[in-house]
Design a protein around this ligand. Structure first.
Ligand code: SF4
Length: 449
């Protein structure tokens, strides 16, 4: 007979990037494999896992608030457990237990495999527990997808690597996710094949600098080709590549792999050589332009997204304007921009954070205005086009509208139409009728072939 004190239902609070959302899916699968079920909401849960982010100061504050609120949640029912996982767990390790007495376990991103051992067992004497630090790059250290347990949607991530081999001076990731460790290509392909067989239509290969990949003679371009050949897969993406590793083979893969989508998110961070040097990015503005040209040379219709940090220590107005100029030159259709905030433990945190907050906010607004202008022009140019849209699910809007994305990664709200029976994973041709501030809207014309 099962122990009645054994937790039965779990709930996740997930913060931060796509990598964390992906980790939460993998963790949920490992809990289901151990016999737990997802709760309908926190009130129904026995275990709450806060999957934290610490890439920016604000994210870490949010994680602390979420964990703090769980003290009252835990008191409401005996036997409940609070688990702090992810990057901020690694950064503070036992410091979490000093600050919050109600925490049962702290698991760094490399120790997520230990979750069932702390969440799915009857009350154990060895809690609270802190599991942190990095394992070696053995294939079994990668939490493999279990589509049989998660009931996958039409899109999924597949992990290519853990950690990061770069040392950008502003970035806490190598400290909290460890050195670069690569997954064998055959495991990546097998996981993509398993997901496709389970109904996933779009796979995104994910890693911190995902194209910093060469294992057993397989480089990133070849990996793209192999995953691109998986039966049943309709779309392939990758995130986030590093400009230093955009090589000819990757460009050729774009030309020769039909399922590879025509959008690449290629973080630039700054358009100033001097700022890039201090950021430790190890490329210059011209190198970045060459990476873009190389990819466009292979697929002229590629669009690009990017990440930008404004107000990095010492960034002058002129250096900031070089970034704005680069954003215009490349014509990014998506720009994620952030005001610099120092992260303890990084090289840049030792330098004066000398761009005043108000000035950072002004630069951010200016950059976002320029980015919106370019993206708006791009979206208005799509009106009248028949775009291929992969439906992901009903959108928030009432009235039978569904949401999907184009191959260029534009979100499209698909309006109901006669003879249109929406289902997740359907590939449709949609006539774009409207360009909205951050998305497109249109009506299906026929199933895309
Ligand atoms: S490439 Fe640079 S910014 Fe990206 S995770 Fe690695 S160290 Fe951080």
């Amino acid at each position: 007979m099962s122990d009645p004190r054994r937790p039965r239902r779990f709930w996740f609070v997930t913060m931060g990037c796509q990598m964390n959302r992906h980790d939460s899916v993998r963790m949920a699968e490992s809990l289901r494999a151990a016999g737990l079920e997802p709760a309908a909401g926190p009130a129904d849960a026995d275990v709450c896992i806060v999957n934290t982010c610490c890439v920016r100061e604000k994210a870490e504050q949010k994680a602390r608030s979420a964990v703090g609120r769980l003290a009252a949640w835990k008191r409401r029912r005996a036997g409940r457990r609070v688990i702090v996982a992810g990057c901020a767990a690694e950064r503070r390790r036992a410091g979490w237990l000093d600050d919050f007495a109600h925490i049962d376990a702290v698991l760094g991103p490399d120790r997520l495999g230990e979750l069932p051992g702390v969440a799915a067992v009857p009350p154990a004497a060895d809690l609270p527990l802190v599991a942190a630090g990095f394992t070696a790059g053995r294939p079994e250290d990668f939490l493999a997808a279990r589509p049989d347990l998660s009931g996958p949607g039409p899109t999924a991530f597949v992990t290519v690597s853990k950690g990061c081999g770069e040392r950008c001076t502003f970035c806490i990731v190598p400290a909290v996710r460890g050195p670069l460790r690569l997954r064998p290509a055959e495991d990546v392909v097998a996981e993509a094949a398993g997901l496709a067989a389970a109904g996933v239509r779009e796979v995104t290969l994910i890693g911190q600098a995902v194209n910093d990949y060469r294992r057993d003679g397989v480089a990133f371009g070849e990996l793209l080709r192999r995953v691109g050949a998986v039966a049943g897969l309709l779309r392939l993406r990758y995130t986030s590549p590093h400009p230093r590793f955009v090589d000819e083979e990757t460009a050729r893969a774009h030309a020769e792999t039909p399922v590879l989508c025509e959008h690449v998110h290629l973080p630039v961070q700054s358009g100033s050589d001097e700022v890039l040097r201090r950021m430790g990015r190890r490329y210059r503005r011209d190198d970045y332009r060459r990476a873009i040209d190389r990819l466009r040379g292979a697929r002229a219709d590629l669009t690009f997204g990017t990440d930008v940090i404004v107000g990095f220590p010492g960034e002058t107005e002129a250096q900031f304007e070089e970034t704005v100029a680069l954003v215009r030159e490349v014509g990014f259709t998506q720009v994620f921009s952030f005001a610099y905030s120092p992260r303890p433990g990084t090289a840049a945190a030792r330098w004066p954070d000398d761009v005043p907050a108000a000035e950072k906010a002004r630069r951010l607004r200016r950059l976002q205005r320029v980015a919106d202008e370019i993206a708006g022009a791009w979206r208005r140019g799509r009106v009248g086009a028949a775009e291929e849209v992969l439906l992901e699910g009903p959108s928030d809007r009432a009235g039978g509208t569904w949401q999907g994305r184009t191959r260029h990664n534009d979100v499209v709200h698909v309006r109901p139409a006669a003879g249109f029976t929406p289902e997740p994973g359907a590939l449709l041709r949609v006539t774009i009728e409207e360009a909205r501030p951050h998305c497109l809207a249109g009506t299906p014309v026929a199933e895309a072939s």
